[in-house]
Design a protein around this ligand. Structure first.
Ligand SMILES: Cc1cc2nc3c(=O)[nH]c(=O)nc-3n(C[C@H](O)[C@H](O)[C@H](O)COP(=O)(O)OP(=O)(O)OC[C@H]3O[C@@H](n4cnc5c(N)ncnc54)[C@H](O)[C@@H]3O)c2cc1C
Length: 382
């Protein structure tokens, strides 16, 4: 077993650590409070060639691999979760459908600008009445001559409404098969297509710099070549794409837990009560010890799932386990970190409060904890 990163992976991690400290840390709280999407950060990440980590060089990426992506996101997520989230959604669910299911022409036209960071990727699955129950989506697409006509509404879609967005890939139903079962297909829907309306950003508990909006398709017409993959294979493609997304969301959990541990430890070593630092009280020591132990569990699970993917081995169960464990560990770590900060932790004066607000979504987005348990149970043969 080799627990060491390669020299290239270490360099990438250091690059991201340095970038996050210089370009994000000084502004993160201000941007969070202003609910500002810092487009300039993503332009700089593109200059550093960080927007195509999973995409082969022939399509504009760096093909750095999943472990490298985890190492990069870990450093960004320790400083700010919104920016790490926007990037992880772009790298995985926003870009991979083109790589895995696109034609050569679609890869050249849509994937290359994504991998170069000229555009931001978005994944349109969730609808007002269909989140966990993805098969229940109601958005329809029907073929009329040379065009597909798309009608329906997606909700909670991240990355589709920014100045860097091209639009999104949306899952629709395309009628029923001879067996009477619904057929699903994925479509590329570019911004500016008549009938496609992007809603206002949601007001969210956390992830304030993440651009998340409703997307409405009112008989939107897209040419036949905007069908991504084969007609009838869309649901499978979307669910398969989410497997890698779980590794990147799990990395957000790992990085949040690490940040909370670091902040709690720092605060506890300077804050004195009853004449001694908090770190001298055994109850606080135990909290910190538990946080450190659980963070290490998350680290091992996340990196192992990423490593399995890089080896070309099955990783769906490990990715779901990593997402489940790391997100729940993150929520607990954030709660304990605020507790250790006492009243100060409850104010926006301390960044720990930002991580606390950012933590809860991790057990919901890209499959809730309950859905991860369903995926794991299915993998166990239940
Ligand atoms: C900030 C944010 C960003 C997002 N970004 C995107 C995005 O970019 N693209 C996208 O497509 N979606 C996105 N989502 C949507 C997200 O993936 C869904 O919210 C999530 O999958 C849950 O779906 P739901 O909200 O419909 O909850 P529901 O499916 O209605 O679930 C409600 C609750 O019931 C539980 N539950 C449901 N079914 C069962 C069951 N059978 N057994 C036990 N418990 C069950 C769930 O776990 C949950 O706790 C985003 C959401 C948010 C909040």
């Amino acid at each position: 077993m080799d627990f060491e990163l390669t020299a290239e992976q270490r360099m990438l991690k250091e690059l991201c650590r340095d970038f996050a400290r210089r370009e994000i840390a000084p502004y993160a709280d201000e941007w969070f409070d202003a609910e500002y999407f810092p487009v300039e950060v993503f332009r700089k990440l593109a200059d550093l060639k960080l927007m195509g980590l999973l995409i082969p060089e022939e399509y504009g990426g760096t093909d750095a691999g999943t472990v490298a992506m985890v190492a990069a996101l870990e450093e960004l997520g320790k400083v700010d979760q919104s920016i790490a989230t926007t990037l992880q959604a772009h790298l995985t669910i926003g870009s991979l459908p083109f790589l895995h299911f696109g034609t050569e022409e679609q890869k050249q036209k849509w994937l290359v600008p994504l991998a170069r960071g000229e555009r931001l990727g978005a994944f349109g699955l969730t609808e007002p009445q269909a989140g966990s129950d993805a098969a229940n989506i109601q958005t329809t697409a029907r073929l009329e001559g040379d065009y597909w006509v798309i009608h329906g509404t997606k909700c909670f879609i991240s990355n589709a409404g920014t100045p860097l967005s091209y639009g999104l890939v949306a899952l629709t139903t395309t009628g029923k098969g001879e067996d009477g079962k619904k057929r699903y297909s994925a479509f590329i829907i570019p911004k500016g297509t008549p009938g496609y309306t992007i809603g206002k950003p949601y007001k969210k508990i956390g992830w304030h710099m993440v651009d998340t909006r409703e997307q409405v398709f009112d008989n939107v017409r897209v040419p036949r070549d905007h069908l991504l993959g084969q007609e009838g294979t869309g649901l499978r493609a979307f669910l398969q794409t989410l497997e890698c997304g779980r590794i990147s969301v799990a990395t957000l959990g790992l990085s949040l837990a690490e940040a909370c541990l670091e902040m709690a430890l720092q605060y506890a070593s300077v804050r004195k009560t009853f004449g001694k630092p908090l770190t001298s009280h055994q109850a606080i020591q135990f909290k910190l010890a538990d946080m450190a132990t659980q963070t290490e569990m998350a680290r091992l699970m996340v990196y192992r799932a990423a490593w399995l993917r890089d080896q070309g081995r099955p990783y769906a169960k490990e990715a779901a386990m990593a997402k489940l464990a790391a997100s729940e560990i993150a929520v607990r770590a954030a709660e304990e970190a605020v507790q250790i900060h006492g009243g100060y932790g409850y104010t926006r004066e301390y960044p720990v409060s930002r991580f606390y607000l950012d933590s809860k979504i991790l057990t919901i987005g890209e499959g809730t904890s309950e859905v991860q348990r369903m995926v794991i149970a299915r993998q166990l043969g239940c």
